[in-house]
Design a protein around this ligand. Structure first.
Ligand SMILES: NC(=O)c1ccc[n+]([C@@H]2O[C@H](COP(=O)([O-])OP(=O)(O)OC[C@H]3O[C@@H](n4cnc5c(N)ncnc54)[C@H](O)[C@@H]3O)[C@@H](O)[C@H]2O)c1
Length: 83
């Protein structure tokens, strides 16, 4: 399951985030406004940053071009009225 946690850099939220990542198979997205009460150090040991996630996604697309390129080409042809 994918779980969206708000306030996950605060006291309770960070404990929840650490528990979910360390003890379950769930995917966790932590969304926090980072007010005075929120600190990323509370989830540092379990966290991947947004940038890491983007980097991983981009790498996947670069490594799997044979999968998505034909789909993009087909869609482009469809738009041009060729397909
Ligand atoms: N700690 C307790 O004993 C306790 C008891 C009963 C109820 N609560 C309630 O539980 C909630 C969490 O408590 P806590 O002690 O972990 O608080 P906390 O202040 O430690 O954490 C709250 C987190 O929410 C983040 N935040 C604030 N506004 C946000 C927004 N608009 N979008 C995203 N993130 C936002 C803050 O940056 C912070 O990291 C609070 O609503 C609190 O009132 C706490």
């Amino acid at each position: 399951m994918r779980i969206f946690v708000t306030g996950g850099a605060g006291f309770i939220g960070s404990a929840l985030v650490r528990h979910l990542i360390e003890n379950t198979e769930h995917e966790v997205l932590n969304f926090d406004k980072l007010t005075y009460a929120g600190t990323l150090s509370t989830v540092e040991r379990v966290a991947k940053t947004f940038e890491t996630g983007i980097e991983k996604t981009v790498r996947w697309y670069l490594d799997n071009q044979d999968w998505w390129r034909p789909l993009v080409a087909a869609k482009a042809a469809e738009r041009r009225g060729v397909a």
